[in-house]
Write a protein that binds this ligand. Sequence first.
Ligand SMILES: [Zn+2]
Length: 430
Amino acid sequence: MGKLRILREFAMVRWLRPMRTRASIDRRQRRLLAAHVRFLRRRSPYFGELLKTRSFADLPLMDKSIMMSRFDEINTVGVARDDALALAIANERAREFSTDLGPNSVGLSSGTSGHRGLFIVSDAERDAWVGTVLARTLPRRMLLGHRIALFLRADNTLYESVASKAVSFRYFDVYADMDENIARLREYRPTILVAPPSVLRVIARAADSGRFDAFPQKVYSVAEVLELSDEQRIRKSLAQTRIHQLYQCTEGFLAHTCEHGVIHLNEDGVLVEREELDGERFTPIVTDLRRRAQPIVRYRLGDVLRERREPCPCGSALTAIERIEGREGDTLVFRRLDGRSIPVFADVITRALIHAEGFDEYRVTQTGESRLEIALDTVDDRSRRRVTDEVDALADRLHCERPELVFVDYVSDGAVKLRRVVQEWGDRRW
Ligand SMILES: [Zn+2]
């Protein structure tokens, strides 16, 4: 019974499992981890073999290429990669997502790294996921009667399954014509809008020009990094006090914003180890303590997270994150005056460009040592000068040489995830 499972999970997350102390989170994680390791030993050929000779903490880190090459031995439901891939691609091509592999759903993840990922979830996991997401997103005061608009690249029957009187969902295809999408959205009048920042920007522009006025109660950014400048713009145009975030990827539902707009890790179901980058930033290594069809164990994500120093006023003991800053692979490298190379995280550069004016869309790509390509939707003397000033000021502040800037026209590509900072220079050690 899908709905019952969803409701149970919703109630657990929302009311019955308060995560008020660090000790209670740690206790829960230890218990879930012990049970999960027992399960992996018995049911996953890949992990079963590894766990014969080592403990959980010594398991090798996983990434997308291991997940794809050892898919058949990793998953615990006997699904072959090629069958799952063929089905997922057929679903995607038809933009029709109702065909499943028995009690399991399959899907493709877009990802920014080029090769596609494949995911598989059981019905029970899917219901638990929906229950958790709803518990984390539905507003405090009004629980019923929500209309949730979802802009997604791919769907896999996740949402229709929960439509009811309490909550209705409408799915908007990001590949469809955006004017039509906005007209449909206007007629639907969502109370909650969930979309990648690139789509939220299009809706914000429509609102600015008077073509969209059905402002939702809550706006969620998903699937792409929400840059500060985009956040400000969307917030203003859609009349929000804050833009919420769901940090959700193929590897799991990893974090959510609380009512104060602070991002918290979902440590009640996910164990997050840290690979420290520079003292305040880290790359998460993720173990989903409850996903069994396709175990996600010590999976290294290429994202950069910055921990928040002060506790969140909401009172949750779930780790608070200041910002999700983008992909580690998109960290730029500047050369210091003393010859050393230093990392310039994506967030640092986008923060510097907040002060530049004269353009709306931009992308910064490092194409060589001390060379940046700056794509702007308005390339003129003013925008060029303002960007140059800000990048120079940043370089000076970091005691680095000022990079050479090459200005080009901004070309938007709706099919590609929005990345404002891109690292394309081959030799980027720091
Ligand atoms: Zn909070």
